[in-house]
Design a protein around this ligand. Sequence first.
Ligand code: URA
Length: 244
Amino acid sequence: MDAGCRQQYLDALGITSWVRREGTGVSADDAGVEEASAKNPPPAPALAPALKESLPVEAASTWDALEAAVAGCQACELHRSRTHTVFGVGDRSARLMIIGEAPGAEEDRQGEPFVGRAGQLLNAMLRAIGLERGQVFIANILKCRPPGNRNPAPDEVAACAHFLHQQVALVRPQVILAVGGVAAHNLLQTDDAVGRLRRRVHAYGENRIPLLVTYHPAYLLRRPEEKAKAWQDLQKLHGLLHTD
Ligand code: URA
């Protein structure tokens, strides 16, 4: 991507004063923070307990079967209030998988993740590192909308987790980006703050897929002053995607 184009995207993100640092992709305020490389990520639970316990006896192994299973799911109470299930969208062989929290009102209406205002910002964030929405796979921890946009309840996450686990197994991404605390906490089985989790590369699941954490775009819409940190995270992500 040329410099003019990049600046346009940074402007769209509301970041006009940031200049990409050539070389490390790691910012000054990360200096001294222990960081594992993508090739040598730190130990992580092989499979989060909540995910492991909720794997069905016969897991759907193809996209069609998985989509049908999600569409017909009644494993938790959210099926009563949903308009549509929100399966996930994008390139099913993507190198990058983005994982958010749960569908909001607009996503519930359209049956697609990140189509509201937060989705517009997510698209701009991706473009800032040269990626179009269709080049990544986007999914959520939950496939149905929690009423009133409340946080997912633990039983809802447990009932839904095997779907996401199977999506990751089918996509086999090179990198996962968890956006926001709900995604990060459930994927990494921690309750550390996003501000801490975003500072290093984690490893997800049996295949120890490198996983980065950044702020949720909805949070960035409320706290635009945090966009500069999100831009650091995106540069780190860009670096990970281009390490081989
Ligand atoms: N927020 C999310 O976490 N996911 C969506 O799909 C939309 C908003």
